[in-house]
Design a protein around this ligand. Structure first.
Ligand SMILES: Cc1ncc(COP(=O)(O)O)c(C=O)c1O
Length: 436
């Protein structure tokens, strides 16, 4: 980062990044952390406190990444830390069942009523991979449908974005993914009801499932247009296909009942992750009991995990799920997020910078665009990325840590209050002015 952010010293981060590159491919354990989307050198963080992240040079930043979504209570919330401390003294894992697993499963089923039964795994990727296998096993069909710009983890058959749009089969996005895997994946434009209906009219009876982020959070933030989720529900019901909502990101983020409660559309299966692990590695998939009963040991769809239901992850997750059920939690989160976005829009307008925002609950997206409303992948791709990069670095220099890519959603936590919002808006005023 150093050269692009001359006012703050980040020499310890820079030295660590040099060293990291000797031992870790690209110096990072997940590609987006490498800052390739914004240029410069990534920061190395030492610790977090509430809404703040502190880097290895002791700079303090307001954090809008929140570990990519899980930290809805902010860093080191006392309830989560205390639950972990208690579990630490009891053991790290037993490779066998625990009462807490039953408790978290019951809590998830209560909060997300479409989930009648749920299984815990160790990442979002595992959750979507298992849900797809289950949908295929249940329907005895092979083909699946996903949407352009939606990310469901690095599952082979889901690593396809656009190919040539509606009614075409996909091309892999990554070397190492056999084309035969993605040949079974149809990719459709997000928010395009017509393309979905056309595909189902032709191929509906051979489609095992649709998997969708009900609010797309991996192409910045794009909510569904009215009718989009409803239409896919109807088509899946008509053709006997399984509807999977990937709520790894949106679950307990957009609302207590997830995006499915916001839009009133009920999927057959839901995948979860992030918030349900309180910041520890976790994932889950669940849904209709008749479908879930097809999994081993009850059924012939195999799925397993050495660390699945890790007592630490379950303890942290349960603590977090308890906190977010407090009255007014989501009202306050949504209000603070809206307040911050209104302030950003005012400052962008004052500086004459074309800018718009999207928000669902505690998730938000910011777009450098002249479009008033962003609802499609093509609109997201047409945004002014060079301008975003300059904004990102100006914000960082003013101690605001945003996701280092123009295509990621942002996350507000319950620890973000008036002080953090004021700091963000002061920084934004300087950042927007620097773009003129
Ligand atoms: C919607 C969605 N699904 C699945 C995943 C994969 O989760 P994980 O990174 O835990 O494997 C992600 C990760 O960001 C995600 O946003």
């Amino acid at each position: 980062m150093s050269d692009l952010n001359s006012h703050i010293s980040t020499k310890n981060s820079a030295a660590l990044f040099e060293e990291a590159q000797l031992y870790i491919p690209g110096g990072v354990n997940s590609p987006v952390r490498a800052f390739r989307g914004v240029g410069g050198t990534p920061l190395f963080f030492n610790h977090g406190e509430g809404a703040w992240l502190i880097d290895e040079d002791n700079n303090r930043y307001v954090d809008y990444v929140g570990a990519w979504g899980p930290l809805i209570l902010g860093h080191c919330h006392p309830a989560v830390i205390s639950a972990l401390q208690t579990q630490l003294t009891r053991g790290l894992g037993y490779g066998a069942s625990t009462a807490a697993e039953v408790e978290i499963a019951k809590t998830i089923c209560k909060l997300v009523p479409s989930i009648e039964k749920v299984r815990l795994v160790t990442s979002g990727t595992e959750a979507t991979m298992s849900a797809i296998r289950l949908a295929r096993g249940y329907t005895r069909r092979d083909k699946i449908v996903k949407f352009e710009g939606c990310y469901h983890g690095h599952v082979d058959g889901l690593l396809v974005k656009a190919g040539s749009g509606a009614l075409t089969l996909g091309e892999p996005d990554s070397l190492g993914v056999p084309k035969a895997y993605t040949d079974l994946t149809y990719v459709l434009p997000f928010n395009d009801i017509y393309a979905m209906k056309a595909l189902f009219a032709k191929e509906g009876d051979s489609i095992a499932c649709i998997i969708v982020e009900p609010v797309a959070g991996n192409m910045n933030l794009v909510p569904p247009v009215p009718g989009f989720l409803e239409s896919m529900r109807e088509l899946c019901t008509q053709h006997g296909s399984v509807l999977i909502f990937d709520e790894v990101m949106t679950g307990f983020r957009t609302a207590l009942g997830g995006a499915q409660s916001v839009y009133g559309v009920t999927p057959d299966l839901t995948t979860l992750g992030k918030v349900i692990g309180g910041g520890l590695p976790v994932g889950a998939f669940g849904g209709r009991a008749d479908i879930m009963n097809c999994i081993a040991p009850l059924g012939a769809v195999y799925q397993a995990g050495t660390l699945a239901g890790s007592p630490l992850a379950v303890a942290a997750g349960l603590a977090m799920l308890t906190e977010i059920q407090r009255p007014g939690f989501y009202e306050s989160l949504t209000k603070h997020t809206a307040q911050m976005l209104t302030g950003l829009q005012e400052r962008a307008d004052a500086a004459g910078i074309p800018f718009s925002t999207n928000q669902v609950g505690g998730m938000f997206g910011c777009f450098f665009t002249t479009e008033e409303e962003v609802t499609t992948f093509d609109q997201v791709m047409a945004c002014n990325v060079p301008q975003f990069k300059r904004y990102f670095h100006a914000m960082l220099e003013n101690k605001i840590y945003l996701a280092p890519s123009a295509f990621e959603a942002g996350f507000v936590s319950a620890a973000h209050g008036e002080n953090e919002i004021a700091a963000t808006l002061n920084a934004a005023e300087i950042a927007f002015a620097s773009l003129k």
